[in-house]
Each structure stands twice: as C-alpha cells, then as structure tokens.
Design a binder for this molecule. Structure first.
Ligand SMILES: [Zn+2]
Ligand SMILES: [Zn+2]
Ligand SMILES: [Zn+2]
Length: 432
C-alpha cells in the first residue's frame, strides 16, 4: 500500500502488541490497519470505506472525508489524518488505483491507449468524441471493469484500426453484444447516423435462417420471400417495431419448416396439393397454421399452385387484430403496469404470436429457457424467441410456480432464472 507514513497503515506482520486488537470505528475485533487521530485504530474494512466516503466537511472542504469528528465524516485536515488520496495527474481527491492515479485518470489512459491506432500513433478524429464520452463515465471503476474484459478490449482495439468509422466498418467486425453496445454509443454521440437496427438484426437473422433449408431450390424461394416480402415491407416502415420483427421471424421460420417438411417427402412446392397442406396442419402444432402467410405469397407469385388453403384448425379461431392494432395492444401489454407479469406473458404469446390461450396456459417451466439476451418458449414443439422487451414478464416472474396454471410449484433446475441479468448491453452506467 502506498499510504504508509505517520498514522498510515501498520506494516503487515508488525502488529502493535501494546494495544488491544479491535477497531475503534466499527467495534469489531479485526486487527487495525491504521492509526488515525482521535479514533486511534481503524480496521481494514473501515479503512477502505473511509477512503470512499465523499461529501462536504464542516470546514467546507468538498472531497473525500475519511475522518470522523463527533460521529460526522471529516476531511483529512480536520481529522488530523495522513492519507494519500491525491491523484498525481489531476490532483483530485479520490481513491487511488495505481501509480498514484485515480480511477478516472486510469480509465482515461486505457481508453486513449485502446482507441489510438498503434500504426499511426493517433486517434481517428471521429473516435475523439466517443473517447471523450467514455472518459466521462461517472463510475470509473465500473467502466474499467467493463473495458478490461478481453472481448471489449479486443473490440475497441479493432475499432481503432478501422480506416474509417462507419456502420459498414462496424458490421465487418465480429458480431457481438459489445458491437451493438458500442454502436449505440457511437450513434448517441453523433459519430454515426442513426439506422434501423431492428431491420439490420432481421437481415442478419435471415442470413443464418437460410442455412437451415435442406434443399437449394427451396433456399432460393425463401431468400426471395425474405427480400421481396418481409424486407420490402420493412423498408416501407419508418422504424421496424419489435412486433413486426418477431412476427416476420416466426413467419419465415414456419415457412422454412414447411419447405423442409415438403423436401423430406420429396414434394416440390410447384407440385403441392391440398392433401399435403392438410397433412402438414394435422400432424403438427398450431403454429403450423402460420404457413398460410407464406403459402398465400407463394401462390400470388405463382411459385405454388393456386387454390390451396391452409385449413382453419380444429379449434375455433378468434378474430385477428391487424398488425397496427397488435402493436398498439402490445405496447399496453409490454409497458402496462396494470397487468400482472403472468398476464402480460400470456398476452404477448396470444397477441404477438397468435397462440391459442389453452396452449399458453398449459406451459410449464420446462418449455421455457431464459438466457442473458433471450427468452425462448416452446409451444407444441415450436420455439418462440422473445427479445427485449417482450421477455420482461418472464424474467419478472421467476420460478415461483408453473408459468400459468395454478398448480403446485414445479421442482427443477433453477439456474435458468437465477442467471444474472447483467449484460454488456446495459452496462456500464453511462452518464456522460
Ligand atoms: Zn472497523
Ligand atoms: Zn474539514
Ligand atoms: Zn486523476
């Protein structure tokens, strides 16, 4: 420790045997690490706490108040304490991190180092406001913890090496939550123009989804379906809502499953017959009905024989809301404080994903997987992915009981729900 000196910490192994062990501040029997003015002995825990106590002393001094006078925090001068809490760089009072530098200065150094192109020795001009924003993080220690993570460090170094900072250059870096987070900061600080990230995420998702097709000809069909139906519609929107994003994902997923199912039976789409469609619906979960969206498109584009109909299911179907009405209802459900988490969770599945209520209420926690960024619900063998904010009710509910039925609580692994909610996306607390 660098606080040695008069009244500073006692060197380890040199306990003062003339005194009783114990802390004058908290009364614990822990060995004291420092002797301070009137209080005399302070234990390690109280010593750390003292260095982090900030405020205005009775004398008017604003800064770290490590001492105690009449039970009130006091500055070093008033309390007669010697304690090294002056940053050698900026002179600010604060807990020192390393080499006499405060946390803030340490963070600044690291940011400058990472964002400077090592080849040129200079920081790209467009990164300067970004670096400034990062440096001004209120909680420098959280910032350091975030930046020190290997994947974040690597990402920022890569960013510094880009010849220019554009959405395209960032797209070229490996896909990660750090990339999303940093892009968000760059947009927020005016380095990059705002763009519709939901649509971009949909495009990325679609690229991966195409890999799931087992037949080349069918892959070309779905590629066309994505481009000329879903993306074209998204391009017409000012912003793609979560509801649209998830509906499009589900529609395409069902279409892919449908075409793979046909391929397994060696049925080309152009030879599709009504009996095949009936089989598809009869042999699977309710979600298979959603294939009607794809089928209507395929018939309209003369890729499938005309006149086919996805039979309405054995169950009665209620009147469907339009896309806009669904979004409006969804907004109430997601943000509404009036509904319980249980009801919000059910309403999302019914409103956004068109699920039957009786299927929804039969869910158990075995059907639900909660990860850091996604909640997945298995309904009739079909997986529905819930992104933020649609996942919130599930995270709020915890594993107290079965999701919807009022039966006895289910026993099972609890790790899913106790997984930390912390994510790079929400960190660090940024108040620059
Ligand atoms: Zn103590
Ligand atoms: Zn004072
Ligand atoms: Zn400093």
């Amino acid at each position: 420790m660098s606080d040695a000196g008069r009244g500073g910490p006692l060197p380890r192994g040199h306990r003062d045997r003339r005194r009783d062990p114990g802390c004058d501040r908290c009364g614990s029997s822990h060995w004291p690490v420092a002797r301070w003015g009137a209080e005399d002995q302070v234990c390690g825990k109280c010593y750390q706490q003292a260095k982090r106590t900030r405020g205005t002393c009775e004398c008017g001094h604003v800064g770290v108040l490590p001492g105690r006078l009449s039970g009130q925090p006091a500055c070093r001068t008033c309390a007669g304490i010697t304690l090294n809490i002056d940053c050698v760089r900026c002179g600010a009072e604060g807990e020192l991190y390393r080499d006499g530098l405060c946390w803030q200065c340490t963070l600044s150094d690291l940011i400058d180092e990472l964002l400077t192109n090592p080849a040129t020795g200079i920081m790209a001009p467009e990164l300067v406001p970004f670096a400034k924003a990062l440096r001004s993080m209120k909680r420098a220690n959280s910032g350091l913890t975030w930046i020190r993570q290997r994947h974040v460090t690597t990402f920022l170094k890569n960013l510094a090496l880009q010849p220019s900072t554009t959405h395209e250059s960032i797209d070229a870096l490996p896909r990660s939550r750090t990339r999303d987070y940093v892009r968000g900061l760059l947009v927020e600080h005016g380095v990059l123009p705002r763009r519709d990230e939901t649509k971009v995420r949909y495009q990325e998702w679609a690229q991966d989804a195409l890999e799931r097709l087992t037949d080349e000809a069918n892959r070309a069909i779905i590629d066309r379906y994505i481009r000329w139906h879903h993306l074209r519609r998204m391009n017409e929107l000012e912003a793609v809502s979560h509801g649209t994003f998830l509906r499009s994902k589900q529609t395409v997923t069902v279409a892919i499953n449908f075409l793979n199912w046909l391929h397994d039976r060696e049925i080309p789409l152009e030879d599709l017959q009504q009996a095949d469609v009936d089989d598809w619906v009869r042999d699977g979960p309710t979600t298979r009905l959603i294939a009607d969206r794809f089928l209507n498109w395929a018939m309209g584009n003369r890729i499938a024989p005309s006149g086919l109909k996805v039979p309405r299911h054995r169950r009665g179907t209620s009147t469907k809301l339009s896309g806009a009405d669904q979004d409006a209802a969804l907004g109430q459900v997601v943000d509404g404080k009036s509904l319980s988490a249980r009801d919000r969770a059910a309403a999302i599945l019914v409103l956004v994903f068109g699920q039957q209520l009786e299927d929804v209420v039969a869910l158990t926690w075995d059907d639900i997987t909660v990860t850091d960024d996604l909640v997945t619900v298995k309904l009739g063998g079909f997986e529905i992915a819930l992104n933020d904010p649609l996942d919130a009710p599930w995270r709020d509910r915890g594993r107290r009981s079965t999701p919807f039925s009022r039966g006895a609580p289910q026993c099972g692994p609890t790790d899913d729900f106790s997984a930390p909610r912390w994510s790079v996306h929400r960190m660090p607390t940024h108040e620059g």
